[in-house]
Write a protein that binds this ligand. Structure first.
Ligand SMILES: [Zn+2]
Length: 275
């Protein structure tokens, strides 16, 4: 492992986005995972966070190509997947598991201290890293202490810091910007509540649909009862190649990167309303 790699922060992207992204990869695994794959499914910021998370977990290599591990992970089901995720956690979060805390008994503060010792980052990022770690462990079936889990729940449902920050923004333009940003990036949080009183409320996913070029996520907020959906556009290179080959079978093995880039560009330039 090079020094540069070691400096890379643990994942701090929303775990739900990561999970949805894996679901999408399960459908089409491109030869290289980059912007051309997720299109405008994710903002540039989230795309960067996703790539960095995938790198950290050794699911893609330095050239952003899927690793054998990613292939096995997305093919694995049920218990196999849990076991594989445990292995990934063990390796990627060795600084936690092989460190000097016992995650079965330690507190959230202990865990935070471990993250802070291993990496330099600000509070917000640190809590996001820990949040991802906890969600990952949950999915991998790795038990954590009650205190860590409880504290995490409180952190996730608490909206104090954010709404305090937002209420300062009495400038109409700032507020509009905040709402735009919120709708773009914090899609797990109820857009109705945020639009009404700037409260950040976690909504739950009630369905999601994968289409060849888009994923739609249907959410419901328990606070206001509002439902909303997010529409992410994304498609894979493989899908484009299939379409070309369907029209021009003779080209099947001659499809170049340039062709893919051109076609991607044409696809992306379509106007899909707000996106
Ligand atoms: Zn709501």
């Amino acid at each position: 492992m090079t020094i540069e790699e070691r400096k890379q922060l643990p994942p701090w992207v929303s775990y739900k986005i990561f999970d949805i992204f894996l679901g999408k990869l399960q459908q089409y695994l491109p030869t290289r995972i980059d912007r051309s794959y997720w299109g405008d499914m994710f903002s540039g910021m989230i795309g960067t966070q996703l790539i960095s998370a995938m790198r950290y977990l050794n699911l893609i290599d330095v050239n952003q190509k899927p690793t054998a591990r990613l292939r096995v992970l997305i093919d694995a089901l049920g218990e196999h997947q849990d076991a594989l995720m445990r292995q990934i956690a063990d390796e990627s979060y060795a600084f936690v598991f092989k460190g000097n805390i016992d995650i079965l008994t330690s507190s959230y503060a202990d865990l935070e201290a471990v993250f802070r010792t291993a990496y330099r980052m600000d509070d917000d990022i640190c809590h996001k890293c820990i949040r991802f770690f906890i969600e990952f462990c949950k999915d991998a079936g790795i038990p954590l202490s009650q205190e860590i889990v409880k504290k995490q729940k409180i952190r996730s449902s608490g909206s104090d810091t954010k709404s305090a920050h937002i209420s300062d923004a009495n400038d109409e333009k700032n507020l509009e910007q905040l709402i735009n940003d919120h709708n773009k990036t914090d899609w797990e949080e109820c857009r109705w509540c945020f639009a009404i009183d700037q409260k950040t409320v976690k909504a739950r996913q009630i369905a999601h649909y994968h289409f060849p070029d888009a994923t739609i996520i249907h959410m419901k907020c328990d606070r206001c009862g509002g439902e909303y959906s997010y529409y992410f556009r994304a498609w894979g290179e493989d899908y484009i190649k299939e379409r070309i080959a369907a029209l021009y079978p003779a080209l099947k093995d001659q499809i170049t990167d340039d062709m893919i880039v051109t076609i991607n560009h044409r696809l992306s330039s379509e106007d899909y309303g707000d996106h």
